[in-house]
Design a protein around this ligand. Structure first.
Ligand SMILES: NC(=O)c1ccc[n+]([C@@H]2O[C@H](COP(=O)([O-])OP(=O)(O)OC[C@H]3O[C@@H](n4cnc5c(N)ncnc54)[C@H](OP(=O)(O)O)[C@@H]3O)[C@@H](O)[C@H]2O)c1
Length: 385
């Protein structure tokens, strides 16, 4: 496997203020079954309200924070009054607890920290949050979701051992839903994979002559960009690049690309050379070509690049290989009310010889988008091999 890097250089870009597409037509959480138990623990109504606020803070950070989770924190004084708020804004930036402690200053002594994820107990690019909470003299910590990352987990015990009162599991299901793909990626040691497809009602992604733009209408296409923006990488095979020369970036309704720092990584999989003039090499976003047919190796390479959520846009052959390997965790299908008859199937060989061997899924959402519909489904069957 070889990897060619291209596109622009992120570090050379100045961050700019930007409005990211709002999640105004949110797909219901595809990982609901993955959420923690959600039982309400021994937390006061004020602490519950603070946890809701902390979840809001975590969700309100624009753009992506991968490879890290979204985390929010609220500090309460002894009367239950908020004295500091914080959120994590991405790798290399302070964690939510430290952000909130900074806002509270000396008032943090004796406070309760309400945080959406178990405070980390390890030193990575930033220091351990448990150390910061202990040093600030926090008296109590209420957290939502236990950290699934074995490297960072164990913070609750560290805090308890230093005499801090700790309560976990408060609004845990909400916190898990906020970070479900991140948690999935940590636990499976690979990115969560969404396969997106646009097709006619008879499952065709192109006509007999190969024409395929546009199958769906503007609302569906805008929705694709909105969801692309939430993923860490947009993945296609060389066949799609050679046939369509797609830009594979995130654009607004006016067709203007979002700023560089909000663009997912573009990933092209396959061994054929791509022309240097291919639009995926433009400077709108970073691009890698992964020269392999081994889909597990692709996911390993993506993990190494910090990708937690891969948005697989096809084409039919690459998507079929992922489906065959049981490596599609969610399908987002945009269906247009049109029929093509003969034409290109949306999915090529997917390792199925007979009906009994079909890949079975369950719908988790059906949404109308203009004249089209968006169907979201999750597999019922487990990963192969
Ligand atoms: N409607 C939609 O949603 C949609 C989305 C995307 C594409 N499309 C259409 O799909 C058509 C292209 O179809 P396609 O099937 O050639 O595209 P593709 O799946 O994007 O590319 C196929 C190529 O992927 C590479 N590849 C890497 N791993 C593979 C594996 N395990 N199995 C098979 N191939 C692997 C191979 O490249 P190498 O030969 O270079 O090794 C293969 O030739 C275009 O006409 C495009 O318009 C439609």
């Amino acid at each position: 496997m070889t990897v060619r890097m291209g596109g622009s250089t992120r570090s050379s870009r100045e961050p700019r203020a930007v409005s990211v597409p709002r999640d105004d037509n949110a797909t219901p959480d595809p990982c609901a079954s993955y959420a923690a138990d959600g039982r309400d623990r021994m937390a006061s109504p004020v602490e519950h309200a603070a946890m809701r606020r902390a979840l809001e803070l975590a969700a309100s950070v624009p753009g992506r924070v991968s490879p890290n989770p979204r985390v929010g924190c609220v500090l309460l004084d002894a009367t239950g009054t908020g004295i500091g708020e914080g959120a994590h804004r991405g790798a290399g930036t302070v964690h939510a607890e430290v952000d909130a402690l900074g806002a509270a200053g000396a008032a943090a002594r004796g406070a309760t920290a309400v945080v959406t994820l178990e405070p980390c107990s390890h030193t990575g690019r930033t220091g351990a949050c448990t150390d910061a909470l202990i040093a600030a003299g926090v008296a109590r910590v209420v957290f939502a979701m236990t950290d699934p990352d074995p490297v960072a987990a164990g913070g609750a015990d560290v805090l308890r051992n230093s005499g801090i009162g700790v309560e976990g599991g408060v609004l845990a299901a909400d916190a898990a839903a906020l970070n479900c793909r991140w948690a999935f990626s940590i636990e499976r040691a690979r990115p969560f994979v969404t396969w997106k497809v646009a097709a006619t009602l008879d499952g065709r992604s192109a006509a007999v002559d190969g024409t395929s733009t546009w199958i769906t209408g503007p609302d569906a296409r805008h929705d694709v960009h909105r969801l692309r923006a939430q993923a860490d990488a947009i993945v296609v095979g060389t066949g799609t690049v050679l046939a369509d020369d797609p830009r594979l970036n995130v654009r607004d309704r006016m067709d203007a690309p979002l700023p560089f720092r909000h663009q997912p990584l573009r990933v092209v999989v396959g061994t054929r050379d791509l022309p240097d003039t291919a639009r995926v090499w433009d400077d709108a976003a970073d691009t890698v070509q992964i020269r392999t047919h081994d889909v597990r190796a692709v996911l390993q390479a993506l993990s190494d690049l910090g990708v937690r959520h891969a948005w697989l846009e096809g084409g039919p052959r690459l998507a079929g290989a992922f489906v065959a390997a049981g490596l599609v965790d969610e399908v987002v299908a945009y269906l247009a009310p049109a029929l093509l008859g003969d034409g290109r199937a949306a999915l090529a060989a997917a390792g199925v010889e007979t009906l009994a061997g079909r890949h079975r899924l369950a719908f988790t959402d059906v949404t109308r988008l203009g004249a089209d519909v968006r169907l979201t489904a999750r597999p019922l069957t487990a990963e192969v091999g």
